[in-house]
Design a protein around this ligand. Structure first.
Ligand SMILES: [Zn+2]
Length: 176
């Protein structure tokens, strides 16, 4: 693992170009913890020990960056796995990324079914107007950032996959 927390998980060659996939699994103290204004997706106060998960990747092609950002993109079948990674672990990380990335920045509560619409760029996005309010509380989708607490077993498995724990979040550093 490198000093910035990125770990090389796979390498492959495509049409003469060498590719490298790196991922970073980051657990930080959630900035929503301790804040009275913040609620969980179940409309309860947020525990002070709440963790925020961010899973990001860097895809390198030769000496240039091909893509970087949130999530874990698919890789070809032909990759060589690095640093103890394999297909099963990688797919597990993709599931965690899908289910828990930015778990403390949820626009919808646990009781809402999100209705999607197509925006002017042709992308499928959650609809603020068509998604119905919470039947229990009247919460409107997008009204706040809600927190989905990471289950203990998910946290445990994330550490096994190489999650890095950081005490300070990026906003604190940015403001310093
Ligand atoms: Zn609700």
């Amino acid at each position: 693992m490198s000093s910035n927390g990125y770990s090389k998980v796979a390498t492959w060659v495509d049409d003469g170009d060498a590719f490298e996939m790196l991922v970073r699994i980051s657990l930080t103290n959630s900035q929503t913890a301790n804040g009275d204004a913040f609620r969980t997706i179940h409309h309860k106060p947020v525990d002070p020990d709440t963790l925020s998960l961010a899973i990001t990747h860097e895809l390198r092609k030769g000496r240039t960056w091909q893509s970087m950002g949130a999530g874990v993109p698919d890789v070809p079948d032909s990759v060589t796995w690095r640093n103890g990674w394999d297909r099963a672990k990688y797919e597990r990380l993709q599931e965690f990324s899908q289910d828990w990335h930015l778990n403390d920045l949820r626009a919808g509560c646990a009781h809402q079914t999100v209705v999607y619409e197509t925006d002017r760029f042709g992308r499928s996005v959650p609809s603020l107007s068509k998604t119905e309010e919470c039947p229990l509380t009247g919460y409107r989708y997008g009204q706040a950032w809600l927190v989905a607490k990471l289950p203990e077993e998910v946290v445990h498995e994330l550490y096994e996959l190489g999650a890095v724990r950081t005490e300070k979040d990026w906003t604190e550093r940015k403001l310093a």
